[in-house]
Write a protein that binds this ligand. Sequence first.
Ligand SMILES: [Zn+2]
Length: 148
Amino acid sequence: MTEKIHKSEDEWKQQLTPEQYYVTRQAGTEPAFSGPYYHHKAQGTYHCICCENPLFRSENKFESGTGWPSFTQPSNEEALETNADHSYGMTRVEVTCSRCDAHLGHALTTALPRRANGSVSIPCPCVSRVPPRTRHTSDPSSCIPVFS
Ligand SMILES: [Zn+2]
């Protein structure tokens, strides 16, 4: 069982940018196709922007056509929690961070290509990508920017 992180709304506001706060703590989103990670293909692990919980791996990322980064599975079975979401007159499955309850997005539905079933798509402000640690190189042009 993952140990929970509890912070006040003020503490989250201090830690996060207004956009990150809106998306993760108020269940917001960003316009589709706008985020820096949508077409992002570099390797690494996508961590929760609130608590650094490792959520997704680049090898599980795929283009779902939703306009948000999408992953076929979480980085491990305990990374995510799901809740039924009945807002806007729809029944959807909300996906949250298991450690800090950050809103991350929604599970993809059957309207998408078959292989997408059970996948999730998440707005970019929810995550930061950390490159693989083992990557050592003397050529600066091959370095991966952490926040690109
Ligand atoms: Zn988190």
